[in-house]
Design a protein around this ligand. Structure first.
Ligand SMILES: *Cc1c(COP(=O)(O)O)cnc(C)c1O
Length: 224
């Protein structure tokens, strides 16, 4: 982990399969750190706070694709819809409605990922698999035409037990496959499984991730 941002990015890009999208999670890191990653060719960045996203989007080049990955309160939806191409953390019906409504007003059509809660930890946000499968119907998708449903996002339990981590990832991928073969059978844009972070992305990729969110391994430890 001792390398520069440029070296870290090169190493990770070499390791991540070509068909898997790398989101560089830059939350809490200064604009200069993002500029270094940008100069090294990175164009997709992940942020978890609305104000920080807004400030960084204003300060950095316009061809960056911003992804919002943190828990989003409905009163911050406006800022995030204004900046983000994709929102990974749609964790409630109310939030989805707020994003859809704001998107219609602005004419932007953000991609959304439905966040699943499968991990052991209690304090994580998201739908359980059963909740999500019951919630997502063709009627819902038709009613929420202001957003583009792109897939699902989730996190594995924060444990050392590889078997447990794999089974969490497998569960997330399973819900994605189920939705893709039913509600989204005619929606090729529903193609994204966002799972895997610095410590567990190789397992996530083996279990069917199409998009990894890597922060610490690129930018170093965050200061809170
Ligand atoms: C912070 C964060 C990441 C990145 O975590 P690292 O361990 O630094 O790679 C990924 N996903 C979400 C949702 C995050 O909040």
């Amino acid at each position: 982990m001792a390398g520069s941002i440029t070296e870290n990015l090169r190493r990770i890009r070499r390791a991540v399969p070509e068909e898997v999208t790398l989101v560089a999670v830059s939350k809490f890191h200064p604009v200069e750190a993002l500029s270094e990653a940008y100069a090294a060719g990175q164009r997709i960045f992940g942020e978890s706070r609305a104000l920080e996203l807004e400030a960084k989007a204003a300060a950095l080049p316009g061809d960056i694709e911003w992804h919002f990955i943190g828990h989003l309160q409905t009163n911050k939806v406006k800022k995030v819809v204004a900046c983000a191409a994709m929102i990974h953390s749609v964790d409630s019906p109310r939030l989805l409605e707020a994003i859809d409504s704001e998107a219609r007003k602005t004419g932007r059509r953000p991609g959304v990922l439905l966040q699943l809660h499968v991990a052991r930890e209690e304090n994580k946000f998201g739908f359980t698999p059963d909740e999500l499968l019951a919630f997502v119907t063709p009627e819902l998708v038709a009613a929420m035409s202001g957003v583009e449903f792109r897939g699902v996002m989730g996190m594995a339990s924060n444990v050392d037990d590889e078997t447990r981590i794999r089974s969490d990832f497998r569960e997330i991928r399973g819900v994605f496959d189920r939705l893709r073969s039913t509600v989204f059978a005619d929606s090729p844009a529903f193609d994204t499984v966002s799972m895997g972070m610095s410590h567990d992305w190789p397992l996530a990729v083996e279990e069917g991730s199409t998009m990894v969110r890597v922060g610490t391994s690129i930018f170093g430890e965050r200061e809170y």
